[in-house]
Design a protein around this ligand. Structure first.
Ligand code: FES
Ligand code: FES
Length: 177
């Protein structure tokens, strides 16, 4: 139901609801402490893109199916479209902008360029954040593991072989910033 509308129990009719107050949210985004006023229904994805102008994180399906919105929370990867921002009090969010910048690329960003691991690039921020999460988890040992554990990140351009090459290079060489 539209949050501006509620059901009157006596009449059974929809009526204008009392405005829902925004909540104060304190969290760290890419190393910077932020204090934000957030509506309870705002997803982390919309917070990043619409309020913080961090548009590197992409909106693909908006319901947990494509991985384009993958970011890191306290080092663990999540789909930002499925996470309500208000649940992240005190946590640390890292987006693609926090991993590396032009002139100071993260090893995964450099490896994606080196291995030509993208075409349109729409899935790439999510792929790289997911790969960093996979490396943090420490369970991937080989190409099959990488393919399996990154299977939630869809690439419509079909760059999977080169993506796996790039991730494997960083994984095997233990490259970290
Ligand atoms: Fe979040 Fe597709 S936009 S999984
Ligand atoms: Fe185009 Fe992956 S590079 S969707």
């Amino acid at each position: 139901m539209n949050p501006a509308v509620t059901l009157d129990r006596t009449s059974g009719r929809r009526v204008a609801a009392e405005p829902i107050a925004s909540l104060t949210l304190r969290l760290t985004v890419n190393g910077e402490e932020r204090v934000l006023q957030v509506e309870p229904w705002t997803t982390l994805l919309d917070l990043l893109r619409d309020k913080l102008d961090l548009t590197g994180t992409k909106k693909g399906c908006d319901h947990g199916q494509c991985g384009a919105c993958t970011v890191l929370i306290d080092g663990r990867r999540i789909n930002a479209c499925l996470k309500l921002a208000v649940t992240l009090e005190g946590q640390e969010v890292t987006t693609i902008e926090g991993l590396g910048q032009p002139g100071n690329l993260h090893p995964l960003q450099a490896a994606f360029i080196e291995h030509d691991a993208f075409q349109c690039g729409y899935c790439t921020p999510g792929q790289i954040c997911s790969a960093q999460g996979l490396i943090n988890e420490g369970h991937a040992r080989n190409r099959a593991d990488v393919r399996e554990q990154m299977s939630g990140n869809i690439c419509r351009c079909g760059a999977y072989t080169n993506i796996a090459d790039a991730v494997l290079e960083v994984l095997e060489q233990g490259k970290q910033p």
